[in-house]
Design a protein around this ligand. Structure first.
Ligand code: PLP
Length: 380
């Protein structure tokens, strides 16, 4: 909706600083584009196998060993049309009507919509900014019932940038081992965009590994959002279920994108690391600048490319014409008064916050900060 309103403003000639984007502002690395062109010329333009080309599934296994020290075999991998389809496959495979899925908030909006599509019940666990938006084992255990079948989270998290440490994951694991009927969806799409130095997956615990569905893809780490390619790593049984579902919905993911993805995974990932370096520099500027805006309470994200400030200090305040009562009002005020787009936290299950993306140029970020600062100064 914000994107649409922002386009309408732009069409009227207004200069809008767009901080609502959920994708890298970088181009796909050239060697990956070249591999796609080569694939077309080599004839990879026919239906691919439903679960993905064997070479790509093998490349995913090699990547999981190289980056995560995890052992998977190709029959445990399913390649899909974006991480989003991986999530849809897993959730629709596992959730029957009335089954419960535990989702810590803030969360990526698609999780809840897919659970609802499967006629499951979302059990949200609020995690506040004071908890660094992370779930504790006590809160997890309190939310589990005999209908709980799924737990869904992302680390690094969209929208908060929270990254779970190994110790934090181990503490959650100690709870999950007591409840063998729960599958854990670990959304690792922002794996490379991680400022902590080392990536930790909850699949690293052998007691849990078979019950973890790793969801990952090419959109964020390789700047390949438009290619629509993601993958599942999970138990062979889950992979079989996902393959079955996918064979009727869409068949195999785009053949050309799959061939290019083999190159993405097997070639040097230096271009991805360069991109992450740029995000880290912007993060340092953007978060510090945001901390000095009055009324903004903000954590340093440890991954992804979003700031998620708590702006509830402005609830009840007005610029004389508009009163801010919630995060949706604040987002609209930002658009109409500052001409800056963000995404209201309501979309992510948090009514006190707003998400601003720093996946844009430093110039735009500086201009965004100037405009936001000037706009909130009008609120009293
Ligand atoms: N998971 C999270 C947390 C995301 O933020 C996104 C994209 O915004 C996705 C999954 C979907 O990724 P894909 O483009 O591979 O479908």
């Amino acid at each position: 909706m914000m994107a649409k309103l922002s386009r309408e403003l732009k069409a009227k000639g207004v200069s809008v600083v767009d901080l609502s984007l959920g994708e890298p502002d970088f181009r796909t690395p050239q060697h990956i584009n070249d591999a796609a062109i080569q694939a077309m010329n080599d004839g990879y333009t026919k239906y691919p196998p439903v679960a993905g080309y064997p070479e790509l599934k093998q490349a995913v296994c090699t990547k999981l060993k190289r980056d995560n020290n995890l052992d998977y075999t190709p029959e445990q991998i399913v390649v899909s049309t974006g991480a989003k389809q991986v999530l849809a496959n897993v959730i629709l495979s596992l959730i029957n009507p009335g089954d419960e899925a535990i989702i810590p908030t803030p969360y990526w909006v698609t999780y809840a919509s897919l659970v609802q599509l499967a006629e499951g019940v979302c059990k949200f666990i609020p995690c506040s900014i004071d908890e660094h938006f992370k779930l504790t084992p006590e809160k997890l255990e309190a939310a589990i019932t005999d209908r709980t079948r799924l737990f869904i989270f992302s680390s690094p998290c969209n929208p908060t940038g929270a990254v779970y440490s190994q110790a934090e994951l181990a503490a959650l694991k100690d709870v999950f081992v007591k409840y063998p009927e729960i599958t854990i969806i670990s959304d690792e799409i922002y794996e490379y965009i991680n400022y902590t130095g080392k990536y930790e997956s909850i699949a690293q615990f052998p007691e849990l590994k078979d019950r973890v569905a790793i969801v990952n893809g090419f959109s964020k780490g390789f700047a390949m959002t438009g290619w629509r390619l993601g993958y599942l790593a999970g138990s062979a049984e889950l992979a079989k279920g996902c393959e079955k579902l996918q064979s009727q919905f869409t068949s195999g993911a785009n053949s050309i994108a799959q061939r290019a993805a083999i190159t993405a995974l097997t070639a040097d990932i230096a271009p991805s690391l360069e991109m992450v370096k740029a995000f880290k520099e912007r993060e340092a500027y953007f978060i510090t600048a945001m901390q000095s805006i009055p009324g903004f309470k903000i954590n340093h994200p440890e991954g992804a490319f979003y700031a998620f400030p708590d702006i509830s200090a402005y609830f009840g305040k007005s610029d004389g014409t508009t009163t801010i009562n919630n995060a949706d009002d604040f987002a609209m005020f930002m658009l109409n008064t500052a001409h800056v787009t963000g995404v209201s936290g309501t979309a992510f299950g948090d009514d006190n916050c707003i998400r601003f993306s720093f996946a844009t140029s430093m110039d735009q970020l500086e201009e965004g900060i100037r405009r936001i600062t000037a706009a909130v100064a009008k609120l009293a």
